[in-house]
Design a protein around this ligand. Structure first.
Ligand code: C5P
Length: 286
């Protein structure tokens, strides 16, 4: 009997996020540097004669295992593309806050695709898999790639970038934010893309990132002012090199000087704001 197959679903961070335009269908054109954190959800796929999903973990209650769950949609789309029945017992361990700008749902869908391709012993042509991932969501292709990359288009164009494994803190103010609502609330002209070359040296990278933006931050703050408090608090932590919102928010991250500084900051923030989610982790460095 085939054993269950487990795959990590790491949190995605937008180290910068420039909104450079909008397509005729309403989707926005982006220029973003995406990296992954050590912290994430987990997917397990076991053999079964039907398709099912069980959700556990600290954020399980925020999510339902209804058919429109992204993990189940991923399983059905993959089975259809491979011309086989969608049969698997899936388990999602949800340790990332839901609707929070760190791609939890996209990472789960990508991890489910990896686990199921392994379980079902199928391989799809790269372009078919890429199209399937994009159909599930703009962040799914980069999560499927699973390594840091410069993202453009609406999320379909990816260029891998090597990044240092910097320590980091993730903080979420405990309230969800709708991605479409944030894109809709964005105002003003579209921004310019970032310079072409991204430094790999940690000090140069932090200076480079400090000159870039998250073009969704002001719209997200207008919808959820607590994001300003998160950024202020992160910036005040000893050893904070740079604090930014990720994606459409509300989760923010701070790149930290040392691992100890990251741990200390997560403790301090967790103590001061008991309803918030604060964890110390690091960029995966790939
Ligand atoms: O692709 P995904 O389902 O993650 O996107 C959610 C919503 O975010 C879209 O319906 C769209 O309103 C907005 N979005 C966008 N441009 C992108 C990605 C997302 O406008 N590149």
């Amino acid at each position: 009997m085939t054993a269950a197959i487990g795959r990590p679903a790491p949190a995605k961070l937008n180290l910068f996020l420039h909104v450079t335009g909008r397509r005729a269908d309403g989707y926005h054109l982006l220029d973003s540097l995406v990296a992954f954190a050590g912290q994430g959800d987990h997917i397990e796929a076991a053999p079964s004669d039907q398709l099912s999903l069980k959700i556990d973990g600290p954020f399980a209650a925020a999510l339902s295992a209804e058919p429109d769950n992204l993990v189940l949609r991923a399983a059905r789309l993959l089975a259809e593309a491979a011309g086989r029945p969608a049969q698997a017992a899936l388990r999602l361990t949800k340790t990332l806050p839901v609707a929070s700008g760190i791609g939890g749902g996209s990472a789960d869908a990508a991890a489910a695709l990896h686990a199921l391709m392994n379980l079902w012993k199928i391989a799809l042509p790269e372009d078919v898999l890429a199209a399937l991932a994009l159909q599930l969501g703009a962040d799914v292709p980069v999560c499927l790639l699973g390594r840091s990359a410069r993202l453009s288009g609406v999320g379909e164009t990816l260029e891998p970038v090597a990044l240092p494994a910097l320590p980091l803190v993730l903080v979420n103010p405990g309230q969800p934010l709708s991605t479409p609502a944030v894109f809709k609330a964005r105002q003003g002209p579209f921004g310019a893309p970032a310079p072409e070359a991204i430094p790999t040296d940690p000090t140069a990278l932090v200076s480079f990132l400090a000159a870039q933006r998250n073009d969704l931050a002001s719209a997200a703050i207008a919808l959820l002012p607590a994001i300003s408090d998160v950024l202020d608090l992160l910036q005040r932590q000893p050893g904070c090199l740079l604090a930014r919102m990720s994606g459409s928010g509300p989760t923010c991250f701070a790149l930290m000087q040392t691992e100890d500084a990251a741990t200390e900051a997560a403790h301090t923030i967790g103590r001061e704001r008991p309803g918030w989610w604060a964890v110390a982790t690091r960029l995966t460095g790939r």
